[in-house]
Design a protein. Structure first.
Length: 48
């Protein structure tokens, strides 16, 4: 899986290292959910 290079790349590397060490797929799923939430927060909030 190719990693996208962006602002949080260091965090991605850290999580991948953690995933490889623990073999915990839930950690990765939680990360993906958090990433999606952050992307939504980055968008201009028209309701504000």
């Amino acid at each position: 899986m190719a990693k996208k290079r962006y602002g949080g790349a260091a965090m991605v590397d850290q999580l991948w290292n953690l995933f490889r060490e623990t073999g915990d797929p839930m950690g990765y799923l939680l990360y993906k959910a958090e990433q999606k939430k952050q992307q939504q927060e980055k968008k201009p909030d028209k309701a504000a």
